[in-house]
Write a protein that binds this ligand. Structure first.
Ligand SMILES: Nc1ncnc2c1ncn2[C@@H]1O[C@H](COP(=O)(O)OP(=O)(O)OP(=O)(O)O)[C@@H](O)[C@H]1O
Ligand SMILES: [Mg+2]
Length: 314
């Protein structure tokens, strides 16, 4: 249903070389599938999602690639064509609901705006649909009259998700929708998202930096490092046998619930600057298993046991 192919996004800097926030990223998402994208802060996750939904703002530029959604290339669409697709077939839940919701409008008024923009005129239909979707996410419809600041963080995120479901889309893109919540609220929202997905059948692209959060929920996992795909495979596979040393590092940064206690190691160092493209593996300065070749060659994505991995020594 979604095919991202060779997508690159640059932020020009005015100092010569641009920041290459997304560098030649390709992946597909099937109908009803749950794809999780994980990686450290600044590795380009939000930029990638914004590029897919064509919501990038200046100075960001898509410099290469295509995003084929239900057979059409979103990258080549005009704003008008895009607005017909967005919300109805593809919706987005942003990283911060507090910033994404309009603070001076009630939740219900914002739902109504979205419905009207896509041709629903009847006040009765608008009221009924708004009540339906807000109930779907477990919030009492009285809160349609509330303003965003009157809701708790969890309720705001739920309201955002309800809004994304107004038109029963085929694909919902979510950028860390639970990161502002405490661990208990996080789990309950994840469970609810998964239930809604089972009921309504939409596909999800879900960005998070917390690998443990998606371990039980996603079908496939895309590990992103410095704007590129480091590893892409079935979630169970990547969790059981991470191939890329970066994936392993991310996994070891979280405690395991079962098994013996082991010290958490984490990953030393920090991600590289995205404005200078090195002629070596981007993970080399932080890698515990590098070989001489890693300093002289840029690794390609290769397939190994059904998983794609960008590493010369795994
Ligand atoms: N407006 C901008 N101008 C220049 N560079 C930018 C701009 N916005 C983002 N970047 C750079 O693009 C890179 C990717 O940023 P992005 O926000 O996509 O990362 P992220 O993975 O979503 O991080 P986080 O987990 O913190 O949300 C970063 O290195 C960032 O510095
Ligand atoms: Mg982000």
């Amino acid at each position: 249903m979604l095919e991202v192919s060779g997508l690159s996004v640059h932020y020009p800097t005015g100092r010569g070389s641009p920041v290459v926030a997304v560098d030649d990223v390709s992946f597909t998402v099937g109908r009803g599938e749950f794809l999780a994208i994980v990686g450290e802060s600044g590795c380009g996750k939000s930029t990638l999602l914004f590029a897919i939904a064509r919501l990038l703002s200046d100075p960001a530029r898509i410099t290469a690639g295509t995003v084929t959604f239900r057979g059409d290339n979103l990258v080549a669409m005009t704003d008008r064509q895009l607005s017909a697709v967005r919300w109805e077939h593809l919706s987005v839940v942003m990283q911060s609901a507090m910033n994404a919701l309009n603070p001076v409008k009630s939740v219900g008024a914002q739902f109504a705006d979205a419905l009207r923009a896509h041709g629903t005129r009847s006040r009765k239909v608008i009221a009924a649909r708004s009540a339906d979707v807000i109930k779907l996410v477990g919030v009492d419809p009285v809160h349609l009259n509330s303003y965003p600041h009157q809701l708790s963080g969890g309720m705001r995120q739920r309201a955002m998700i309800a809004m994304a479901l107004l038109f029963t889309p085929d694909l919902v893109i979510m950028d860390e929708p639970t990161s502002a919540l405490d661990v208990v609220a996080q789990r309950s929202l994840m469970t609810q998202i998964k239930q809604l997905q089972a009921e309504l059948g939409f596909a999800i692209v879900f960005v998070t930096h917390d690998m443990s959060l998606v371990s039980h929920f996603s079908d496939r996992l895309l590990v992103m490092y410095a704007g590129q795909v480091a590893e892409l495979g079935a979630t169970r596979h990547v969790f059981d046998q991470p191939l890329h040393p970066y994936s392993r590092g991310l996994l070891e940064a979280f405690p395991a619930i079962r098994g013996p206690k082991v010290p958490l190691t984490g990953i030393p160092g920090a991600p590289p600057s995205l404005s200078t493209i090195p002629n070596e593996c981007r993970f080399l300065p932080r890698c515990p298993q590098s070989v001489a070749e890693c300093a002289t060659r840029v690794p390609e994505l290769i397939e190994k046991d059904g998983t794609l991995v960008r590493c010369l020594n795994c």
